[in-house]
Design a protein around this ligand. Structure first.
Ligand SMILES: Cc1cc2nc3c(=O)[nH]c(=O)nc-3n(C[C@H](O)[C@H](O)[C@H](O)COP(=O)(O)OP(=O)(O)OC[C@H]3O[C@@H](n4cnc5c(N)ncnc54)[C@H](O)[C@@H]3O)c2cc1C
Length: 458
């Protein structure tokens, strides 16, 4: 049987990572085919405001519209109760179907089918479907999620907690039937994320291995014995429970003609609640790499750029998770609760701080690859110990000229740059103020301050 041609890029997997990449490449004028099928289990996941903004920015409007919220993100962790921000609930089957509908509406070729093989074959990527059809393209992308990539993982966490998921009907009482969610650390070790949506409730648990075995044998009794969780769940019976692997790890971003994306490239701790955002952001990293490659740029620097970005992200998520586990360990030690679950997670990946100090004398400007529109190009970047890959712009304003002016002590030049930045200068000034030991920027009286956003870009 002959291969069917699938354009320039063939994407396997239509979750958020694959869908975002398909949209970005399509918008850049590339011929893309996406092959995937909806996930075969029902789950609710939490999404942040920036994930929804990213979906809308990509034109994945039906998918973004599946989100229910904002709901207050209630967290009780290590004895401390907080509502740090808002979250939205995403019913995954509807969300995944909407992603594919958005792609079709945009005119992207979508094939809904089960993939049985994806391989790099000479100078093409080849994908085989369960019905025997074979597609090929110059480049392929593996975006089928963490289960597919497991055997390629490197630097995996030395511990792994399978996710145990309980589903049931939500007690049909107002206001108890309104959408809601809560995250909490558990006194015996482990954590839970509970959500309620459309008459259903969903409890995702990470438990110590010994507890998990016993809990799975008698789920109702186990749940009833957890005061906080039992309060959230109410007296509804558990209708269904299942286990999902959730190994953490990262892979090489490319093997032959295949690139890896989203969870298939880097699976982070579900504790972070950032998996969807990470999937979308990794697509924003890979799209300009593929565009540049298809325009004829040499592969080695592109691959290096993408690998370094992905690795930096992986270690940052790992250290952020470690710090949460440390907080819970400290609380458990103070309250005389079991420590072993937390202690096992306190030392990976290392003992480096989440953020490194950025003294002014260590800030330098150098040329490096950066995302410029739909491709990669050399630009002046600002490198700091915390941002070794370099920052190109803050709030859309190139940072290197400002740093150069301040390093030269040229206040007039710095002021002129800030004035030229217009309203975006407020974002630059705010970002700069987060570095209290850096020299003070000249004042710009015309700058209007607006609420803060996450504004540094590489
Ligand atoms: C227990 C658990 C809870 C989580 N909770 C959250 C949360 O609350 N918030 C959050 O942001 N993230 C959460 N995550 C992470 C989040 O699910 C992922 O990070 C995110 O979905 C990754 O997107 P992706 O596109 O890379 O992969 P996926 O979303 O896994 O998409 C892969 C796609 O490929 C398809 N596919 C797989 N195999 C085949 C095949 N053989 N043929 C055809 N298609 C195939 C799948 O059906 C799916 O559509 C959680 C993860 C776990 C394990």
């Amino acid at each position: 049987m002959h291969d069917e041609a699938a354009g320039e890029v063939l994407i396997a997997g239509g979750g958020p990572a694959g869908a975002a990449l398909a949209m970005l490449l399509h918008r850049a004028g590339r011929r893309v085919t996406l092959v995937g099928r909806a996930r075969d289990y029902r789950a609710i996941e939490g999404a942040s405001r920036r994930s929804l903004q990213a979906l809308a920015g990509l034109g994945l409007h039906r998918a973004a519209a599946c989100a229910v919220g904002p709901l207050p993100r209630r967290v009780t962790w290590g004895g401390e109760a907080r509502t740090p921000n808002a979250e939205w609930l995403l019913p995954r089957p509807a969300f995944d179907a909407a992603l594919l509908a958005d792609l079709r509406e945009a005119g992207i070729q979508v094939i809904e089918a089960r993939i049985t093989a994806l391989a790099s074959n000479g100078d093409r990527a080849r994908l085989t479907l369960a019905d025997g059809r074979v597609f090929s393209a110059p480049w392929g992308v593996e975006a089928r999620g963490r289960a597919t990539a497991r055997r390629h993982f490197r630097d995996a966490a030395p511990w792994s907690t399978p996710a145990w998921i309980l589903r049931g009907a939500a007690p049909n009482l107002t206001p108890d039937s309104t959408p809601a969610s809560a995250a909490l650390s558990l006194p015996g070790g482990g954590w839970a994320w509970w959500s309620r949506l459309s008459g259903q409730q969903y409890l995702q648990l990470a438990l110590p291995e010994a507890t998990l075995g016993q809990a799975r044998r008698t789920p109702d009794a186990w749940l009833a014995a957890q005061p906080e969780l039992a309060k959230l769940w109410g007296d509804a019976p558990i209708q269904h429970h299942y286990q999902r692997p959730s190994l953490l790890g990262r892979t090489r971003v490319r093997e032959g003609r295949l690139w890896r994306l989203g969870d298939a490239a880097m699976a982070i701790d579900p504790l972070s609640g950032q998996g969807i955002f990470n999937a979308l952001s990794s697509a924003h990293g890979l799209a300009p790499v593929l565009n540049s490659l298809l325009e004829g740029q040499p592969i080695a620097p592109l691959e290096r750029f993408h690998q370094r970005r992905q690795d930096a992200q992986y270690w940052r998520f790992a250290r952020a998770g470690r710090d949460f586990y440390r907080q819970a360990a400290y609380h458990a030690a103070m309250s005389g609760e079991p420590l072993s679950y937390w202690m096992a997670r306190c030392h990976w990946p290392d003992h480096q701080p989440l953020h490194r100090p950025e003294p002014w004398e260590c800030v330098r400007v150098a040329r490096g690859l950066a995302i410029v529109g739909t491709r990669l190009a050399k630009r002046e970047l600002v490198m700091t110990p915390d941002q070794p890959l370099g920052i190109q712009a803050v709030a859309g304003t190139p940072l290197a000229p400002l740093v150069r002016a301040m390093q030269a002590g040229d206040q007039d030049a710095a002021q002129a740059l800030l004035i030229a930045a217009g309203p975006a200068a407020a974002g630059v000034i705010r970002w700069w103020a987060d570095h209290p030991d850096w020299p003070t920027l000249p004042s710009v009286s015309s700058v209007a301050f607006t609420p803060s956003t996450d504004s540094a870009s590489q």
